[in-house]
Design a protein around this ligand. Structure first.
Ligand code: HEC
Ligand code: HEC
Length: 206
């Protein structure tokens, strides 16, 4: 039991939700335009400088804005492409209809096996409601689902309830990684607190 508790603790420390933050942008600061000094006349030079400086600043600003926009775009594209080769699947970007279709075709068949392998009797009936609750249409399939058992991470860390620990171990070792894989999301870990973890499905007990 101890061993399970320890291995779970890693998972349970600060299980985050899976939502991503918008990509961060770090605007480049180095100026591209330099002020040239060619003329000898100091007055003319000064005027010219001012004009040039103004121009340079403007250009710099414009460039910065453009650069920022570009960086943002590139980062988005890179993010979208990262992970699974050329086409990165993004569940959140699907339409409602596509999401339902994906759940029917990809999630239910594979997760059904995972659940029934664990307990064929308890999960004899396995469908949308298993994860999305009694009335998924009313809840709009919102996840995490408040109908699922609320997770008490303290109790799980304590590891006293054997039945609960067994379920939690299965959740950590099978359900969560399988679901993350289907959704093509990085699994939660201490290093990746925004990854797909327990709190993508469960709420936390307060
Ligand atoms: C094994 C658990 C599981 C089962 C079974 C399941 N879903 Fe889901 N569903 C999820 C999770 C987890 C998410 C959240 C995914 C995400 O946002 O990355 C989700 C999200 C959704 C969403 C998007 C909700 C939103 O807020 O945009 C819809 C719609 C949906 N599911 C429909 C269905 C339908 C229809 C079925 C049955 C055919 C089904 N699901 C079966 C786990 C499940
Ligand atoms: C894809 C959605 C999903 C994810 C991710 C998930 N769970 Fe679950 N969990 C469920 C479903 C569905 C059940 C079954 C609820 C039922 O029995 O009706 C469940 C049941 C449990 C139970 C049994 C509760 C009880 O009272 O019998 C525990 C404990 C549990 N989960 C812990 C976890 C932990 C810990 C994690 C993360 C390591 C996790 N779950 C991740 C969907 C999920």
């Amino acid at each position: 039991m101890k061993l399970i508790a320890v291995s779970l603790a890693v998972f349970l420390c600060a299980c985050g939700s899976k939502k991503d933050d918008p990509p961060k942008t770090e605007p480049k600061t180095e100026a591209k335009t330099e002020t040239k000094t060619e003329k000898a006349d100091p007055v003319e030079k000064a005027t010219e400088k001012t004009e040039k400086t103004e121009k340079a600043e403007k250009t710099e600003k414009t460039e910065k804005t453009e650069k920022t926009e570009k960086t943002e775009k590139t980062e988005k594209t890179e993010k979208a492409e990262a992970g699974s080769g050329a086409k990165k699947f993004e569940f959140d970007a699907l339409s409602e209809e596509e999401k339902i279709d994906f759940m029917k075709k990809k999630v239910v068949p594979e997760m059904k096996i995972a659940f029934q392998k664990h307990d064929a009797k308890e999960f004899e009936k396995f469908n949308c409601k298993t994860c999305h609750g009694k009335d998924p249409k009313a809840s709009k399939y919102k996840m995490p689902n408040p109908d699922l058992p609320k997770l008490d991470f303290e109790a799980l860390k304590a590891g006293k309830d054997e039945k609960l620990m067994k379920a939690a171990k299965w959740m950590a070792e099978v359900v969560t990684p399988t679901m993350a894989k289907i959704l093509e999301e990085e699994p939660y870990s201490e290093k990746n607190p925004k990854g797909f973890g327990c709190l993508a499905c469960h709420e936390q007990k307060k």
